[in-house]
Design a protein. Structure first.
Length: 79
């Protein structure tokens, strides 16, 4: 449990596959939400084996995730 949230990883007991996870409020005071509230829920709907990766039309040739637009460097604030 972290920050009042119980994080559960769900496994199928027969196949040991990982179909998903769930985050539920266990400590309302710490989490800042009603106890029992589901905050996160994921589900794996499909697993496939393929011969090739799908085409990525907007990816750069080197596979990087660098931004293409210039951004201003943050300046330190005076204290």
């Amino acid at each position: 449990m972290s920050r009042g949230i119980l994080e559960q990883h769900i496994f199928d007991p027969e196949t040991f596959t990982y179909p998903g996870e769930r985050g539920t409020v266990a400590d309302a005071k710490v989490a800042g939400a009603p106890a029992g509230s589901v905050l996160a829920l994921t589900a794996q709907l499909k697993v496939s084996v393929v011969d090739a990766l799908p085409e990525a039309h907007d990816a750069s040739k080197d596979g990087s995730c660098e931004m293409t637009t210039e951004t201003a460097e943050p300046s330190p604030s005076a204290s």
